[in-house]
Ligand binder design. Structure first.
Ligand code: ADP
Length: 257
């Protein structure tokens, strides 16, 4: 059965540390998106505008207004890259810029939903990012994890997939603890886990695991599911989304009664 799936891509997946697009990873990612689009409805939430902007001009990213400027510079390039690669599969995408506050307003949520639904009906990939000129929440902390959870909920998706630099959710930070074990299923998130110190993966990342757990918590509380998987090696997410096989990655899903 056709599902509606929001796929969120972290900056680190598409850009190297110098902000340059990592072409081979990007190509594989877009190929994957295209395969999912053939089976399901796909909404993409993509980070990476700041990194892309930084590959064009080196502004000091410690200053928030510089990050906003970098996002403004990078965003059109990012969408252009998606379209260049999607074209190889006979598809294209469309940019939707949102802020979390848009979901506070029923009118704005409905307007965004109408736009997204129409794009999906025409097999066009909605490419969502935060509108960093008017909101800086995700730019400063979150890297679109929260925005993607809102998109999944308010656009009525069956699943949010977060692609990160990690295989899933572990019982400890795998970068610090070699014995950390991957957890395949999570149906409830302990409050204490939602207020840990963040440990972000790369110099362009801002999310860390806590914003992902918050996204999962929000969705679980709304009876929805999230799948956290590796975006460098797409085999687990391919197995899960395209074949229905859970070989790796963490599924946050409400307990079936
Ligand atoms: P992204 O850029 O994809 O949004 P981040 O790099 O911000 O992702 O966050 C993922 C990072 O969170 C991982 O690389 C890992 O180092 C860290 N992390 C901390 N605790 C955990 C945990 N329990 N399970 C998985 N990752 C964790």
């Amino acid at each position: 059965m056709k599902k509606r799936i929001v796929i969120k891509v972290g900056t680190h997946i598409i850009a190297a540390d110098d902000g340059k697009l990592c072409t081979s990873r990007f190509e594989k990612l877009v190929e994957f998106l295209s395969l999912v689009m053939d089976k399901h409805e796909v909404i993409l939430v993509s980070s990476g505008a700041v990194a892309t902007g930084f590959s064009k001009i080196k502004l000091d990213k410690k200053i928030v207004s510089n990050k906003q400027a970098l996002a403004a510079i990078g965003q059109p390039y990012l969408v252009q890259y998606y379209n260049e690669f999607l074209q190889k599969h006979g598809k294209f995408g469309a940019q939707i810029l949102l802020v979390s506050d848009d979901f506070d307003s029923r009118k704005r949520t409905q307007a965004a939903r109408d736009a997204v639904n129409t794009l999906l009906k025409n097999n066009i990939l909605p490419i969502i990012n935060e509108n960093d000129s008017t909101a800086v929440e995700e730019l400063v902390f979150g890297d679109n994890d929260q925005l993607s959870a809102y998109a999944a909920h308010f656009f009525d998706a069956d699943l949010l997939v977060i692609l990160s630099d990690i295989n899933g959710y572990y019982d400890a930070d795998p970068k610090e603890d070699k014995n950390a074990k991957l957890i395949l299923h999570v149906d409830k998130i302990d409050e204490s886990k939602l207020c840990q110190n963040i440990n972000v993966g790369s110099k362009f990342s801002t999310g860390g695991i806590v914003t992902k757990l918050k996204a999962a918590d929000f969705l679980l509380k709304n009876n929805r599911s999230m799948f956290l998987a590796n975006g460098f090696d797409l085999s687990d997410v391919k197995n899960f989304v395209l074949e229905g096989k859970h070989s790796g990655g963490t599924l946050f899903a409400p307990k079936k009664l």
